[in-house]
Design a protein around this ligand. Structure first.
Ligand SMILES: [Zn+2]
Length: 90
């Protein structure tokens, strides 16, 4: 397992909870960054949290478990560069 995957996957659940109030909405990367920064569990790590790592239609080598291994549901769908839909997850 890739080290970055391990790192970003640690934040998956807290990120999912933080984004729940925004389900169905489209947010820009900087808006998501602000939300994670204002989430107590994520504040100190917010610089490591990128929506592109938890994105159903975007995969990179260091993506989260939710993308690479189907563990948990991807939180975002990429609309275009810098704009993400918060998916309705269970
Ligand atoms: Zn994830």
């Amino acid at each position: 397992m890739n080290g970055w995957t391990k790192t970003v996957s640690r934040f998956h659940n807290d990120l999912k909870v933080a984004m729940e109030p925004y389900q169905g909405r489209q947010l820009r990367t900087h808006e998501i960054a602000k939300i994670t920064f204002n989430t107590p569990n994520l504040t100190h790590d917010s610089q490591f949290i990128y929506p592109s790592d938890h994105c159903i239609n975007h995969t990179n080598k260091g993506s989260c478990f939710c993308v690479l291994h189907g563990e948990g549901e991807p939180i975002f769908e990429k609309i275009k560069r810098g704009l993400y839909l918060v998916r309705k997850t269970g």
